[in-house]
Design a protein around this ligand. Structure first.
Ligand SMILES: [Ca+2]
Length: 153
């Protein structure tokens, strides 16, 4: 019950902020990748995806301007064949901005050696400099970036 109420308050906050600001909204709390996908959707937005250098730069500038300097979930995830795609659009990931040595599908004892299948902006330890992406275990709790849905006219 408490969890549901928190999600409801969060969704309401994102809706209010979405009406007042531009393309991106960064969450106030941490959650796993799946819940991040749901929370953005429930707010009438979508978990952020990046399709070009221009979008990468725009998001980087937004994060820097607003002092967001952690790791954040993006909408990218991996199919069974190891190919990355954007869960929000179903499109294969063409443009990418992986950090050095990423994606490494790292397997640790603490993730039960399951590897890393979800895409985050930066790493909590040294994001956003350098700005780039990392693959992480989807159950890791991170803040996330929702973006306004842009419809074709
Ligand atoms: Ca990684």
């Amino acid at each position: 019950m408490m969890f549901k109420l928190n999600v409801l308050v969060l969704v309401l906050l994102i809706k209010v902020i979405n009406a007042a600001v531009g393309k991106y909204v960064v969450s106030f709390e941490n959650t796993n990748w799946y819940q991040a996908l749901i929370n953005c959707k429930t707010s009438g937005m979508e978990l952020a995806s990046i399709h070009s250098e221009e979008e990468q730069t725009a998001l980087e500038e937004y994060l820097k301007k607003n002092d967001h300097n952690k790791g954040y979930w993006l909408g990218g995830t991996k199919e069974g064949n190891g190919e990355y795609y954007w869960a929000t659009t179903g499109l294969k990931m063409v443009y990418s901005k992986w950090l050095f040595m990423q994606p490494d599908n790292a397997k640790f004892d603490h993730n039960f050696n399951q590897g890393e299948h979800c895409v985050a902006w930066g790493m909590p330890t040294y994001s956003p400099t350098p700005a780039g992406w990392n693959d992480l275990t989807c159950s890791v709790s991170l803040p996330y970036i929702c973006q306004r849905i842009e419809y074709c006219s």
